[in-house]
Ligand binder design. Structure first.
Ligand SMILES: [Zn+2]
Length: 461
């Protein structure tokens, strides 16, 4: 069976190279920082994430009756206006004495398919500025939507508790802001709760469009949407995993030159969102060993969408967290009981230990990304000579604490990195593996061992 022989010999090569038989163009003299350890700061952050506080946030959000985007805004106890003023006040209260900056981001949405009168759409955005000059313009966003709905998406008066969709994600973001604002990161973190997701992703789209116009470097975005319950509609409980939806390449009519080159080299599974997903899975599972980050290789569930989509449309890396098996009788439903079955997004269906676990995955990923250097730029594979080894080149990272670079690789059918080689603080390395048989990536590593997501190499002619 020649096919089997080829595969096993390739795997043997992968393992041999992983053990250190690769050759770098420049001799490796710098010692590799320990990139596999748990960082004390990240461990502390995860330990501080509180299911009890998350439960309190969800209960308060549900108490506003409805948070429909067109619901009333004058009352202090009912409707979306009261909800957003409370979210802002609560993040300011918890972030007091830190550098956390909380602000409304508001615009008027005109009448459209899901907006029956011009409506003010207000996001609540909390920003924790990065502390390293070379990294503070690199931004990571985590988001949840605080608006809610019932069966009729235009019904803005009926009770719409939205305990799972999406008080769960909103509470996770508030908890992350509360805990993480007490710590320092090189890059900037944005904790965002948005409105009008249910009316067509209007809040997130407004922010993402502005970000692109202002040329903001959003290096990664997460939406947390329906992360509240570990119980499927068949009653089965699975509190050991979360789904992480990750787009390959955008389904546009026209292909950009960059996407075309990605496809031409077989890099559909190495889009920026897939690289972010690999990093998130690795970091999430490193710090929370009994909880799996199940990467789903599509942008969202069939015919569904979320607030990561406007970010994807703007060319940013963006992912969606959602519980493993949804109970659709608890989403987008009028509150009622039919034949003994309870319908509605009620608070009693949430599992706060589960929401805390998903929140910790966010925290591990966000903290590791914001402590690490950015992914290397200008990564290329030399193709000027036909050889059976592979020479990668890249630009030097700008961060002053970069210790060097790591080349990673995997077989073309594998989802996650299988081999890695520390190559030191160089801009070029040769690995004794054929670029035609594996996928490569290059990561930047700082002196504390914080590692960036991998960058996919484009061909250099
Ligand atoms: Zn939702």
């Amino acid at each position: 069976m020649p096919h089997t022989r080829v595969s096993s010999s390739l795997l043997a090569t992968l393992l041999a190279v992983a053990a250190g038989s690769a050759t770098a163009a420049t001799p490796v003299t710098d010692k590799a920082p320990d990139i596999t350890r748990q960082q004390p700061q990240i461990k502390k952050i995860l330990a501080e994430i509180s299911p009890k506080r998350i439960e309190g946030y969800v209960a308060k959000l549900v108490s506003f009756g409805t948070r429909h985007t067109m619901s009333e805004t004058e009352s202090d106890t009912r409707g979306i206006g009261a909800a957003r003023r409370w979210i802002k006040a609560e993040m300011e209260r918890c972030g007091a004495g830190t550098n956390l900056q909380v602000a409304f981001d508001s615009h008027i949405a005109p009448v459209s398919a899901r907006i029956s009168r011009p409506t003010e759409i207000v996001n609540v955005v909390a920003t924790l500025p990065g502390s390293q000059e070379a990294s503070k313009d690199r931004i990571y966003v985590t988001s949840g939507h605080y608006d809610s709905r019932v069966s009729d998406v235009m019904n803005y008066t009926a009770d719409a508790p939205g305990a799972n969709d999406d008080a769960s994600g909103t509470a996770a973001v508030m908890e992350l802001a509360c805990v993480m604002s007490k710590y320092k990161f090189d890059a900037t973190l944005v904790f965002m709760t948005v409105a009008a997701e249910e009316q067509g992703l209007l809040g997130a789209r407004h922010w993402a469009t502005q970000a692109r116009e202002k040329k903001l470097n959003i290096a990664g975005m997460f939406t947390n949407d329906i992360i509240g319950s570990s119980r499927a509609d068949n009653g089965k409980v699975d509190n050991k995993q979360v789904r992480l939806f990750a787009q390959s390449i955008p389904a546009t009519k026209e292909m950009s030159d960059a996407i075309r080159t990605l496809v031409q080299t077989g890099g559909e599974n190495d889009s920026i969102s897939r690289q972010l997903a690999r990093h998130t899975k690795e970091q999430g599972e490193r710090y929370q060993k009994d909880f799996k980050v199940s990467v789903i290789q599509r942008h969202d569930r069939y015919l569904r969408g979320g607030d990561h989509m406007p970010f994807l449309e703007q060319g940013y890396a963006a992912l969606r967290f959602t519980e493993p098996a949804e109970d659709f009788s608890h989403q987008h439903q009028d509150l009622r009981t039919e034949n003994g079955k309870v319908y509605g997004d009620l608070i009693e269906f949430n599992d706060y230990d589960y929401i805390a676990k998903v929140t910790r995955v966010n925290a591990a990923a966000l903290a590791s990304l914001a402590l690490a250097p950015g992914a290397p730029q200008g990564v290329k594979l030399r193709t000027d000579k036909l050889t059976n080894d592979s020479t990668l080149v890249w630009q030097a990272n700008p961060e002053p604490d970069v210790a060097g670079y790591r080349v990673v690789w995997r077989e073309t059918t594998a989802a996650n990195w299988q081999g890695a080689k520390w190559v030191g603080n160089v801009g070029e390395a040769t690995i004794d593996l054929s670029k035609d048989n594996v996928f490569f990536g290059v990561q930047a590593v700082d002196k504390d061992g914080n590692v960036s997501p991998a960058s996919y190499p484009m061909p250099q002619r």
